[in-house]
Ligand binder design. Structure first.
Ligand code: HEC
Length: 170
């Protein structure tokens, strides 16, 4: 009955605890080095396109999205005619509640005589049956001013179109 080669060996090249420690330490360093090398050469699948804009966007996306509505200065301002048709004509076209009728020069003459500023003041803040901003608070002061000019200029006046808010700020 023959013996295996292992049993005949004299213990191999590891003979002292110090040598064992050195071999184990080298093994660990080797494994870590290989692991790091693989990571550098082959990035984990999930980060394959980690830096493309969509991936970044999806990671930093807020839980809830804010939809921005245009602010007063950004939204498209209505022209005087648009404001008149959408808001003012409900009274001023037919003379509801004694409103001076659009285009009636005689009816508007007394108001026009007070001047644009006074007419605008009433249009903005109301008087008697005339509601502030024609009852439409979403209109900007500038849009109301345009409507006043539009109405007045079609009813005997020749006011100048008021300066746009941006221009007025200069
Ligand atoms: C609910 C009906 C109504 C609506 C809507 C309305 N008006 Fe009038 N408006 C009146 C009446 C009534 C008067 C007359 C007020 C008075 O002098 O007693 C008047 C008067 C006016 C005057 C003359 C004010 C003055 O005393 O100098 C102007 C300018 C005017 N309206 C502009 C507008 C504009 C611009 C709009 C739309 C943004 C508008 N109105 C919408 C009823 C209305």
């Amino acid at each position: 009955m023959s013996t295996t080669p292992d049993q005949t060996e004299d213990g191999g090249f590891i003979k002292t605890p110090k040598q064992l420690f050195t071999v184990v330490a080298l093994l660990i360093v080797g494994v870590v080095a290989v692991f790091l090398a693989i990571n550098i050469i082959v990035p984990p699948a999930s980060s394959g396109d980690a830096h493309n804009p969509e991936a970044v966007e999806s990671r930093i996306a807020p839980v809830a999205r804010l939809v921005l509505v245009p602010t007063e200065s950004e939204r498209v301002l209505k022209t005087g005619e648009e404001v008149y048709k959408s808001t003012c004509s409900s009274c001023h076209a037919a003379g509801v509640s004694g409103a001076p009728i659009f285009g009636n020069v005689d009816a508007w003459q007394p108001f026009i005589a007070t001047g644009f500023e006074e007419m605008l003041n009433v249009a903005l803040h109301g008087k008697n049956a005339m509601p502030a901003k024609g009852g439409n608070p979403t209109l900007s002061d500038y849009e109301v001013a345009r409507a006043v000019v539009y109405i007045a200029n079609n009813s005997g006046a020749s006011f100048e179109e008021p300066a746009a808010p941006e221009a007025a700020a200069d």
